[in-house]
Each structure stands twice: as structure tokens, then as C-alpha cells.
Design a binder for this molecule. Sequence first.
Ligand code: HPA
Length: 269
Amino acid sequence: MTEKALDHLVERLDGLAPTTALVLGSGLGGLVDQVKDAVRISYADLPGFPRSGVSGHAGEVVAGLFAGTPVLMLSGRAHYYEHGNAAAMRPALEVLAGIGVTKLILTNAAGSVDPEMGPGSVMLITDHINFSGSNPLIGEPSDRRFVGLTEAYDAGIRKAIEKAAAATATALHQGVYMWFSGPCFETPAEIRMARIMGANAVGMSTVPEVILARFLGLRVAACSVITNLAAGMTGAELSHQETKDMAPVGGARLATILQRVFQDGLPES
Ligand code: HPA
């Protein structure tokens, strides 16, 4: 299955050899419009790639030049809450590794646990807490499943993102992302717990991809776009519509940072 997708992708890329891939989260798909000479491939043509049914997620690979650098963007991801499969992104990430991608930057929409980090903020993830009760490596038979996550989020890529934010005068928060399974939003009590446990943001994605990426030997970094203060912090109820409406606000800031990262180039190690 993976080989077929790999062959098809290599054929469509026609010599383009991106070493960095971006996964675009809810409401962040607009970044694909900044890809020059874009080759667009629907997930439907790539066996093993997810069929994301979540509104706000397109489901296509877009490859080309971003700020002059070859890139491969995955617009749309599978979420654990869709089918209960934490490893749903494994075939797609295996294909990326197979075509020579070595660096992965993940993006997501998230709720903030910190009143000082409001909607529209961008947070560079420094570490995560897996509160989902699941793991994408459950069932993996080899000893490679015992992946170390002490330095899951690559120091070199993080530095490049920090530098790009400073160079473009774009505010960048940093913090810990806590993965809840979703699809319902958290309760106010869960958010109080998350804060006590050391989380700065909460969300329903990214952590399984980080684990899979480390399993596959990819260097990884991740950024959250804050769409809302988390449950119980404002008195208002949360909604997916709010996530979709607010993601482009922080998404524009994140796009500015990422453009600069690609313009300056990412360190090879
Ligand atoms: N909780 C979980 N996931 C989210 C949130 C939230 O408040 N906002 C956007 N994604």
C-alpha cells in the first residue's frame, strides 16, 4: 500500500526532492496558496493516506517551492477521534520518509490554558503531555517501538523558528501541548487539571504524529495556533466553528514565521 503511494508521489513530483514537510492543521490550509509551481495530489490518489472527514481539512498533498525552498505540504490530517486509530497518519509519514523527507513541521489549532496567551497567538511546542490514553505505536511488534522522547522536539528546528519569529517581529509563545482524544472539548475541571499538570495549550492532534515521526527517524517541530481560551476561562461555550473562524488569525502570523524559516533554510542537523 505504502509503496504504491510512494511510487505515485515520486512520479508526480517529477524530480522535486523536498527534505522538509509541513502538516497543516484546522483552518491553516491557506498556506498552500503560497506554494509556487504547485503540484497538487489528492489523498484519494495515495493509498494509505487518510480520508479526513473533518471540515476545515482538505486532504491533499501540495508540493512545490515555498519561499524558494522545496516543500511538501500535507493539507489535512487524520485525527484519533475520527476512527479511534492513533496510527492513522503512519502510512503518510512513512511515504514522506520514503521520498527523502527528514524534517517535519506540524501545525495545529489549539485552546490556550494561559489567559496571557489569547486567540490569535502562536505557540512553539517545546514538549507534550499525552493525556489521550492511546499511542500510535501500540501493536508495533519491533523493539523500535520503545522510542525515546526526551528531545522529541528538535532543538535546531526550534531555534530556526525562534529566529524567524524575531526577524519578522512576530510574537511567539513557547509551551507544552497536552493531547486530549477529543472530539468533545474539555471540561473546565479538565482545563484546571491541565494547567496544574504543566500544560500551556490543549488540543486533539499532533502528538501521535510526533511519536510516529520520531519512530521513523524524522526531526520534528510543531506550532499551535491559538483559536480560543480553553473551557471555563471565558464563560462562553466552545465550538468547531470558532476554531475554523479563528485559526486564520494566528495562521497568518504562523505563515509569516514559516515563510522566513524556509527563506533562511533549515539546519541539516
Ligand atoms: N480544546 C481542544 N482542541 C482545540 C481547542 C480546545 O479548546 N481549540 C482548538 N482545538
